[in-house]
Every structure is written in C-alpha cells, then in structure tokens.
Design a protein. Structure first.
Ligand code: HEC
Length: 103
C-alpha cells in the first residue's frame, strides 16, 4: 500500500511538472487531495508540517507556496525541473532521502 501511494506521488510530480497548466484544474486538485495529500500527511507531515509544528530542514509541505519556497537547501518543487526539485530528489532517494526510515 505504502509503495503504491508513493508511486502515485511520483506519477503526479512527473505529470504535474510536465503539464503544469493542468495542475490547477479541478480534476488535478481532486487528484491531489484524494491521492497525494494523504500520502504526504502519513509519510511526511510528522516532520514537515505547520499542523504538527515540525519544519525539519526548514521545510513544510502544507501549501503550494511553501513547497515552492522549500527548505534550507533549496526549493521543494521547481516547475518543469525535476533535478532542482528537492521533493523529487528526496522521494527518489538521490542526495536527500525521505522519508528517512525507508523509501
Ligand atoms: C522522521 C522525520 C522525517 C520524515 C518522516 C520526513 N522527513 Fe524530510 N527531512 C527530515 C529532516 C531531519 C531533514 C533535514 C535534512 C536531514 O537531516 O536529512 C529533512 C529534509 C527534507 C528535505 C530537504 C529540505 C531542505 O531544503 O533542506 C526534503 C525535500 C524533505 N525532507 C522531504 C520529505 C518528504 C517528501 C517526506 C515524506 C515522503 C519527508 N521529508 C519525510 C525529517 C523527516
């Protein structure tokens, strides 16, 4: 279940970056709220959310604005640029590895 959800997140990030204009459609929003945010809440918010009061690495994942700003080492998401997107590098275990306890 966990790997399936993370897989969806990867798909969303990839397609979301490739078609950023579509990301703001109602359909995209519904997909994000039903498939993606629950994964972020379960796997990431414990350490990266204003709701839990934790901003490890200076990063919170609650809002689009905060995702774009990112944390101490750079932006969380750079539209159209996966290599610069910390969130992508983290979930694909590149220079950042998140969630820390397992892919
Ligand atoms: C158990 C706590 C914990 C969880 C859960 C966690 N993180 Fe992190 N995260 C950290 C810490 C601590 C850092 C600071 C860098 C480090 O020590 O590795 C960090 C840093 C980051 C960074 C780099 C921020 C920066 O600019 O330095 C990203 C991106 C990130 N996390 C994404 C995620 C994502 C996405 C998830 C969920 C899939 C997640 N994290 C889950 C603790 C956590």
């Amino acid at each position: 279940m966990k790997s399936t959800s993370l897989c969806c997140l990867v798909v969303l990030l990839t397609t979301g970056v490739a078609h950023s204009a579509e990301a703001e459609t109602a359909e995209g929003l519904a997909f994000f709220e039903s498939k993606i945010r629950p994964v972020l809440i379960r796997e990431c918010y414990g350490c990266h959310s204003e709701q839990t009061g934790n901003a490890r690495g200076g990063l919170t994942l609650d809002t689009q604005q905060r995702l774009l700003i990112g944390g101490t080492t750079g932006p969380g998401i750079v539209p159209g640029n996966l290599a610069e997107s910390g969130l992508w590098r983290a979930i694909t275990y590149q220079d950042i590895e998140m969630p820390p306890q397992g892919r």
